[in-house]
Design a protein around this ligand. Structure first.
Ligand code: SF4
Ligand code: MG
Length: 340
């Protein structure tokens, strides 16, 4: 079946302005050729350190700005080049839950109006009674008491506000929800509740979800597949189990080494990467990770590794962009499984 969302070779380059005439002096290569798809009922997590371009991907998909190149396809229809008039019904189908539940809700609107607004805007209720019933059903869905619709955002805790944010996203009856660090600002105990709620809702409603997060421990708990970004590119995509047990990209291996393991004694050996993430204004030639990769060899400095299928004993659909996979299994430090 057609994926709910397809992103093909997406690029977003922000021009840098400066100099005496204020002309373009270069570009920030924030997203530089990213492709993925998400099926109905599937969660794809987009992970990586801050500044890797993952939020820019989310915003590009939502068409919060024009993209530099590539395609964004929602349910088989290209939306990246759609004029804004035509885009309106498509916007309903993609909703977002932001990181900060304190700034994303209008403090001058009661919860009822916050939830009623998208229902009205998209013409989803035929009369006041249906509108009221839909608002009540949304409160049930996010497990908030119905009478809380009369209250103001400041009367709620961070976790409750995020429930309202989720209800507002659901009010539009979307096909896909984009969560950009949606639980990152919440206390640990609240985080788990919101993650469980998102998971339940996704199953119940058959939603597709793009879950943007830097927190691999949360991602491991709730995702189906994971895409790892580094400096504007996806370096690895795999089903969750494969990615966590047998990462096939050195960057993923390093990220995972920092994730706490529940059982004592089972801790992974921590890999500390040298140096900082290079600037996206002037990304390294060859493999972008070569300046920090513990396994880099000559070829990595000149030739960019394409994203391609890699052998994985745990299952299908594992792709990685790394020259190590051209070596024999004996020479390839990532040929095995970390979990075994
Ligand atoms: Fe490291 Fe080379 Fe693989 Fe890049 S291609 S991740 S530098 S081994
Ligand atoms: Mg971000």
């Amino acid at each position: 079946s057609t994926p709910v969302l397809q992103v093909n070779d997406l690029k977003k380059h922000f021009p840098l302005r400066g100099g005496l005439l204020g002309g373009t002096t270069g570009y920030v290569y924030a997203v530089d050729g990213v492709s993925f798809d998400i099926a109905k009922g599937e969660t794809l997590s987009l992970v990586g350190e801050s500044g890797c371009g993952k939020s820019t991907v989310g915003k590009a998909v939502l068409r919060l700005f024009d993209i530099t190149a590539g395609q964004v396809i929602l349910d088989g229809e290209r939306i990246d080049d759609m004029p804004s008039g035509t885009l309106r019904p498509m916007r309903r189908r993609m909703q977002v839950v932001f990181q900060d539940p304190f700034s994303s809700l209008n403090p001058r609107m009661r919860v009822r109006d916050i939830l009623a607004e998208p229902i009205r805007n998209f013409g989803l209720a035929k009369d006041g009674a249906e509108l009221e019933a839909k608002v009540a059903a949304l409160m049930d869905k996010v497990r908030l008491p119905r009478d809380a619709v009369n209250r103001w955002p400041h009367e709620f805790s961070g976790g409750q506000r995020q429930r309202i944010g989720i209800a507002r996203a659901l009010a539009a009856e979307p096909d896909i929800i984009i969560c950009d660090e949606a639980v990152s600002a919440l206390d640990v105990s609240v985080k788990a509740q919101i993650v469980n709620l998102l998971q339940d809702l996704q199953k119940e409603l058959g939603l597709a979800m793009l879950f943007i997060s830097h927190d691999l421990a949360i991602v491991e708990h709730m995702t189906h597949r994971v895409a790892v970004m580094y400096l504007g590119k996806i370096v690895e995509v795999a089903p969750k189990r494969s990615l966590f047990a047998a990462p096939k990209h050195p960057y993923t291996e390093a990220l995972l080494s920092a994730v706490p393991v529940p059982e004592p004694g089972a801790a992974r050996e921590r890999i500390i990467l040298k140096g900082d993430v290079p600037s996206p204004i002037n990304p390294p030639k060859g493999c972008r990770f070569h300046t920090r990769c513990p396994y880099a060899f000559d070829r990595c400095r000149t030739e960019e590794p394409p994203l391609r299928a890699v052998a994985d004993a745990l299952g299908e659909g594992h792709v990685a962009a790394c020259h190590l996979h051209d070596l024999s299994p004996a020479e390839n430090p990532l040929s095995g499984s970390k979990g075994a």
